[in-house]
Design a protein. Structure first.
Length: 236
């Protein structure tokens, strides 16, 4: 009689009691599938920015606002799209593993396509300590951890700090988002060995937060080259 692996048995039993479901449509999926069922993955819209010969819409978003070495986003972000469900679950339902998984996808694409020259360090967009305490973690930390595991690049979570606990940007106009991002951040004044850093965000909408961060960094460290990347881009 073949000996049953006790860990496999427990794993299977756990799946029966707490089935793995698609983050978007709630259909049951196997424990080997990654957060979405195959039908919902088919609905995800990649940006394909890595194939652009001319500046991408994301590049153009920052023209005249801040100086960036490069920009990249994996997916388009639309209402009622599976990517929205994944990011919502990560951000508001304490699903850190989703963030790590999405960060790995981003890291793989950056490595595979050689979109930019090598980065010295990855930096997550910071959130206010009160908000981080309420959520249990900073979702951008999880994204950086996933990307760093693929790119083998260190993460610096201490260099940038958010000092104002602003309200959610979700339903704000472009002007309100810009006002909401002013004087929100603090850059530690210290000697750094970085020449090129990559700031990672979950969703880029108007770019106001990243504009504020990048201009602050450029003012403090004029020699720095800065790139930005995100899981999703909410522009057209």
């Amino acid at each position: 009689m073949r000996k049953i692996n006790s860990l496999s048995y427990v794993d299977a039993l756990t799946h029966v009691i707490f089935p793995n479901v698609c983050a978007h449509c709630a259909a049951e999926i196997s424990r080997f599938e990654s957060n979405l069922c195959h039908v919902c993955w088919e609905k995800v819209l990649p940006t394909y920015f890595e194939k652009y010969k001319e500046p991408s819409p994301l590049d153009q978003l920052f023209f005249g606002r801040t100086k960036l070495k490069s920009t990249y986003s994996l997916f388009h972000f639309h209402e009622d799209n599976p990517i929205q469900s994944l990011l919502h679950g990560m951000k508001y339902k304490n699903k850190k593993k989703v963030g790590t998984y999405l960060g790995k996808l981003l890291g793989e694409k950056l490595r595979e396509r050689h979109i930019t020259q090598p980065f010295d360090v990855l930096m997550p967009v910071p959130i206010h300590p009160k908000k981080e305490f309420q959520r249990g973690f900073n979702q951008c930390d999880a994204l950086c951890e996933g990307a760093a595991s693929i790119l083998n690049i260190p993460i610096d979570k201490r260099f940038l700090k958010k000092i104002k606990n602003t309200s959610s940007q979700t339903k704000k106009s472009k002007w309100e988002r810009w006002e909401n991002s002013l004087d929100n951040f603090y850059v530690r004044q210290q000697d750094i060995a970085y020449n090129h850093l990559l700031i990672i965000d979950d969703v880029i909408t108007t770019g106001s937060t990243l504009e504020s961060l990048c201009n602050l960094l450029t003012k403090a460290y004029p020699h720095l080259e800065i790139s930005v990347a995100s899981i999703a881009y909410a522009g057209t």
